[in-house]
Design a protein around this ligand. Structure first.
Ligand code: RB5
Length: 147
């Protein structure tokens, strides 16, 4: 199950990705927003990130204008590793090395075609599981624990 969330600036791109997920028969839960009426991205980042953090969904996709604000907010939820990417190499490596659990995309940055490629590579790439990467991820969690 994939968690989806966006603000008004990411709504159109989220709709394009929903169409793609439907075509791929990938199940998702959409945590809003549900229109282009102006909203605050942190609200939808939190709803979506909590669904991933509590195990309701395995991975998440978030959309705002740049992908940046919504990733900053999502990363405040314990256990979330949200990555804002606009190139395929980063989208792949953030799964393989960082075990990122949310991909953030900018509706004003990437085209629907590019976003579709980014989503596919993110969803289809596993974490490598290598010890050095697991150790580094544990160090990220440790920073959280020391706050
Ligand atoms: C909304 O105008 C815009 O600021 C927001 O979608 C996002 O890009 C923030 O990072």
């Amino acid at each position: 199950m994939i968690a989806l969330g966006c603000d008004h600036a990411g709504f159109e791109l989220k709709q394009a990705i929903i169409k793609h997920l439907d075509e791929r028969k990938i199940e998702y839960k959409d945590y809003g927003t549900y229109s282009e009426d102006s909203v605050d991205y942190a609200v939808y980042a939190e709803k979506t990130a909590r669904a991933v953090a509590n195990g309701e969904c395995e991975l998440g996709l978030l959309f705002c204008g740049t992908g940046v604000g919504i990733s900053m907010a999502a990363n405040k939820v314990r256990g979330i590793r949200a990555a804002c990417c606009s190139d395929l190499f980063s989208a792949e490596m953030t799964r393989r090395h960082n075990d990122a659990n949310i991909l953030c995309l900018g509706g004003r940055v990437v085209s629907p075609e590019k976003a579709t490629e980014l989503v596919d590579i993110f969803l289809d790439t596993p974490f490598s599981g290598e010890e050095r990467h697991a150790r580094r991820i544990a160090q990220i969690a440790d920073i959280e624990n020391r706050n």
